[in-house]
Design a protein around this ligand. Structure first.
Ligand SMILES: Cc1cc2nc3c(=O)[nH]c(=O)nc-3n(C[C@H](O)[C@H](O)[C@H](O)COP(=O)(O)OP(=O)(O)OC[C@H]3O[C@@H](n4cnc5c(N)ncnc54)[C@H](O)[C@@H]3O)c2cc1C
Length: 265
């Protein structure tokens, strides 16, 4: 048995092509939006995700600068205030353009089962246990469990027995015998995973857009949510607040629950 900790690794974030944006803005006459970049007002290096959301929002109403759309009498130039208004008015589609990709590492099948229930705005590629042997079961114990010596002794014994059965099956099926066909190994390894505990740690690549991230961070850090997924989404919340503070700065954190000022944007 291998003790592990659930971890969240941010592996991809959006990047704007400002030259391409300029091509569009030249056509509609909104280049002063990009001049703000030159002045550092939009801080391109660290705020591409926010700039993309802002750009998408401004395209909707041709509000890149004053005067482009006679129906628009007020153009907010402060990005934080602009994005706050997007959240407050629930103009959520703008946020769907901005996606982030995470490796959720050493999370249990308990957590992956719950995570996959969130469908809109996500993409998932999960480690296949049809191919991976479980002779050394990776497993997370919460802090409170680790302090319970009798529980740990019994839990470790159960896991070791499961591992021993995995090794026995691998030997019994001759999986390591020369000449065992790959499809046979896959067939039997897939059968063997049925004897893995639901707490076995695994991993997946998870992509979600800002709209989905806001909803799932709220739902899955709620006190009623399961303790491992709460831990994972608190980490995701912390990462997102650093990546796009104007889009995640409205949350207050109470007893680990991320409570947004604007829900379901
Ligand atoms: C405390 C808790 C207990 C739970 N217990 C169980 C359980 O016992 N059994 C079980 O099966 N599940 C359970 N779930 C899962 C739950 O039912 C949802 O499937 C899961 O939380 C996904 O969230 P979501 O509905 O917000 O969907 P998401 O996929 O995250 O969608 C986001 C939002 O988009 C909208 N949306 C998405 N899909 C549709 C659709 N098809 N039609 C209309 N609107 C849609 C909804 O407004 C939804 O809130 C539980 C969840 C929680 C938080």
């Amino acid at each position: 048995m291998k003790n592990v900790e659930p971890d969240v690794i941010l592996v991809a974030r959006p990047q704007l092509d400002y030259g391409a944006v300029a091509t569009y803005l030249r056509d509609v006459g909104g280049e002063s939006w990009l001049e703000r970049l030159d002045r550092g007002d939009l801080d391109s290096a660290s705020h591409d995700p926010q700039n993309l959301a802002e750009f998408a929002g401004r395209l909707c109403y041709r509000s890149c600068e004053q005067g482009l759309n006679p129906n628009v009498s007020k153009v907010r130039t402060d990005q934080v205030k602009y994005l706050e208004n997007i959240l407050a008015s629930a103009h959520g589609s703008v946020l769907e353009h901005v996606s982030f990709t995470f490796v959720l590492h050493n999370i249990s099948r308990v957590t992956t089962h719950e995570l996959v229930r969130h469908r809109p705005g996500t993409a998932i590629s999960q480690e296949s246990l049809r191919y991976i042997r479980l002779a050394d079961i990776p497993f997370w114990f919460p802090e409170w469990a680790r302090h319970d010596a009798e529980l740990m002794k019994r839990a470790t014994a159960v896991l070791e027995q499961l591992e021993e059965f995995q090794r026995w099956m691998a030997d019994h099926f001759g999986l390591d015998q020369p000449g065992t066909a790959f499809h046979e190994k896959k067939h039997k390894t897939s059968f063997m995973r049925r004897f893995a505990p639901e707490g076995v740690a695994t991993g997946l690549v998870w992509t979600a857009n800002i709209r989905t991230l806001r909803h799932t961070i709220e739902a899955r850090t709620d006190p009623g949510a399961e303790e491992e997924i709460r831990l994972v989404f608190a980490k995701i919340g912390g990462l997102m607040r650093a990546e796009a503070p104007a889009l995640f700065g409205d949350y207050v954190i109470e007893d680990g629950a991320w409570i947004p000022r604007w829900r379901k944007v």
